[in-house]
Design a protein around this ligand. Sequence first.
Ligand SMILES: [Zn+2]
Length: 163
Amino acid sequence: MALRNVVVEGDDILRKKCREVGVVTNRIRETLQDMVETMRAEMGVGIAAPQVGIMRRMFIAEPEPEKLYYMIDPVIISQEGSQTGDEGCLSVPGMIGTVTRPEKVIIEATDLEGNRKTYEFQGFDARVMCHENDHLNGVLYTDIATNIRPAPEPDELDEDFID
Ligand SMILES: [Zn+2]
């Protein structure tokens, strides 16, 4: 495993639509493991492939410690309700902003073994999944956020998160 460099805002890579993964090869699995290592090293709760320069439709998320999801070719098949809260992004260092997202989402995605699975997420988990999924379409939270501002020190954060 290896740490990858995180691409930051301003790089075109973050603005492109990613291609489907399709077959889950060992190389894809290795990339995902590197993404896990990178996300944890950066204290994030999720990271999408384009953030490490890979233009494929996949992300990982760890909304709670040890609750790790590998989402390959994810598709949001339904969403309902709404929630509003602060978000950050490893690709937009030092900033946060307020974003409205669905309260609940159902996502279909391929897992590490290549099987399609359906997941239901609510609250914070749903927010993280939607944020990461947006990256696959070249969308950053700053596109849809209000009140974008410098992030407070970590011990002042409430519901905020950095990914
Ligand atoms: Zn992000």
